[in-house]
Ligand binder design. Structure first.
Ligand code: GLA
Length: 354
């Protein structure tokens, strides 16, 4: 279908097409730039891209979500436009020697934007992979994830960690990626068939580049300076205690990093051994830490999480960059339909994502 969309837009068929999933993080929030471990899984939903190379330094992009064709140049700076991620991905692929000097691209997605399920990482990785596969280059999926993060950090100006790009480049639906964000070593854990990891949007939309993400990142930088280490998630209790002299909020950010990392390590073990009640309890504790220590939740999300738990989820929490977006809840399959109906009836602005 994407090939037909492409042909309709440009009048000739694409040379390559591909799909990259979105992701939902089960636990381990805001610690992927602090040396922590994270545990995302891929969604069935995602981004599809069809591409044909050009050699004239020009880019044309059509999307099912936006009218018209966006025209960009291969040396254009980011312009706060939806085509920035694709432009940035093509620029870095060309600079790294495996991408074309321009392209025609059609993109379709069924991922909601501003939901914290990595639509931007998915489209960036999808374009990089198409460019790699087209030229038979030997970049690994991890290499592509690292380049996709550079697009965010250097081109878009969003100081994110590596979780989203690794998750969408490596995980498949039904698998959780237990990722060490310092070394990029990982293992894939099969999710149990008995439970569903439900993703529900709170109805509160936000954009990460709007600034609050950056403020949290800067607060963590203050912790790094005080602790004199980059991997603040790995601090011991004694090291954390020594930071008590920091301003109260900054100390709380540090405490979230340390405890969230430990919860995530424990959650990966629980998942591996099918101890779902323990996984759920860790998810619930993670939400409290995000709400109280990292101050990244909003009242509507807190209310949705509270009801998700009260209506019978094994565990539930805010997921992604925060300040709105989605929650993730672990729910027994046999209870899923009734649980969802009750939750959505109690929260009219919320909607089912996956
Ligand atoms: C966003 C960022 C990730 C990560 C999460 C929070 O999705 O892109 O790098 O920091 O927020 O866990």
């Amino acid at each position: 279908m994407i090939a037909e969309d492409f042909t309709t837009l440009f009048g000739f068929p694409p040379e390559i097409s591909g799909f990259t999933p979105g992701r939902v993080n089960l636990i381990g929030e805001h610690i992927d730039y602090n040396g922590g471990r994270v545990l995302p899984t891929a969604l069935d939903l995602g981004v599809t891209v069809a591409l044909s190379p050009r050699a004239n330094g020009r880019i044309r992009i059509g999307s099912d979500k936006f009218d018209g064709i966006a025209e960009r140049g291969m040396s254009d700076a980011a312009a706060d436009h939806w085509s920035d991620y694709i432009t940035g991905a093509l620029q870095i692929a060309f600079a790294e020697g495996f991408g074309p000097n321009g392209a025609d691209i059609a993109v379709t997605t069924n991922l909601p934007f501003g939901a914290g399920i990595s639509s931007s990482a998915a489209v960036t990785v999808c374009v990089l992979r198409a460019a790699r596969d087209l030229s038979n280059a030997n970049q690994s999926d991890t290499d592509l994830a690292v380049l996709a993060r550079r697009v965010e950090n250097e081109y878009i100006g969003m100081p994110c960690g590596i979780m989203d790009q690794m998750a969408v480049a490596i995980a498949r639906p039904g698998q959780a990626l237990s990722l060490n964000t310092e070394t990029l070593s990982f293992d894939l854990i099969d999710l149990p068939k008995t439970h569903h990891m439900a993703v529900i949007h709170s109805g509160v939309f936000r954009q990460l580049n709007e600034g609050r993400y950056k403020i949290r990142k800067e607060e963590c930088d203050q912790v790094k300076t005080a602790a004199q280490r980059e991997d603040i998630c790995q601090m011991s209790d004694a090291e954390l205690h020594r930071l008590k002299s920091l301003p109260k909020d900054i100390f709380r950010r540090a405490r979230h990093c340390v405890t969230e990392h430990r919860r995530t390590v424990a959650a990966a073990d629980a998942l591996r051994e099918n101890r779902m009640a323990e996984l759920g309890a860790l998810m619930n504790a993670s939400h409290i830490s995000m709400r109280d220590d990292f101050a990244m939740s909003v009242p509507k999300v807190d209310a949705l999480v509270a009801d998700a738990q009260a209506f019978g989820a094994v565990g539930a929490r805010l997921t992604g960059g925060g300040f709105g977006g989605c929650i993730v809840a672990c729910v027994d399959h046999t209870k899923l339909d009734a649980w969802r109906d009750k939750l959505l009836a109690a929260h009219p602005d919320a909607f089912w994502v996956a």
